[in-house]
Design a protein around this ligand. Structure first.
Ligand code: MN
Length: 138
């Protein structure tokens, strides 16, 4: 099954670009245009990965990430923060808020796919090793 990625983004142009890159690569893209609807989609759909814009119209992407990581049902989902403010300290702020990774905008195609692939692959590797150890235990 294609990995499902939730992109929380209020800018239509960024949404269109990232959606195009991800769907062309075979990922399924779920969308939310603000932080609170992002939390709803994350809770309902349990995507494999979340791309989180930091500057959102309601709660910030960092606040949304903090809530996801405080919730036992969503805390396992990796979150990659996307921010236009590539200033000193941003990376630290994102990681402190609970983000698993960080990408500065404008997002480059290769950089985005590398980041997405590494989190999706890590997750599937975990699944493989879990089933191997379960099999050897019998
Ligand atoms: Mn934004």
């Amino acid at each position: 099954m294609a990995a499902r990625i939730l992109y929380v983004e209020d800018n239509a142009q960024n949404m269109r670009l990232v959606r195009k890159i991800l769907t062309a690569t075979g990922y399924t893209v779920l969308e939310a245009v603000d932080g609170l609807s992002g939390l709803s989609v994350a809770a309902a759909e349990k995507p494999d990965l979340i791309l989180m814009d930091v500057n959102l119209p309601d709660i910030s992407g960092l606040e949304a990430t903090g809530r996801l990581k405080a919730d036992a049902t969503t805390q396992h989902i990796p979150v990659i923060a996307l921010t236009a403010n590539a200033m000193h300290g941003d990376r630290e702020n994102c990681l402190a808020a609970g983000c698993d990774g960080y990408l500065a905008k404008p997002v480059m195609k290769a950089e985005l796919l590398n980041a997405v692939e590494s989190y999706i692959k890590f997750k599937s590797d975990m699944g493989v090793s879990a089933s191997v150890s379960a099999a050897s235990g019998t």
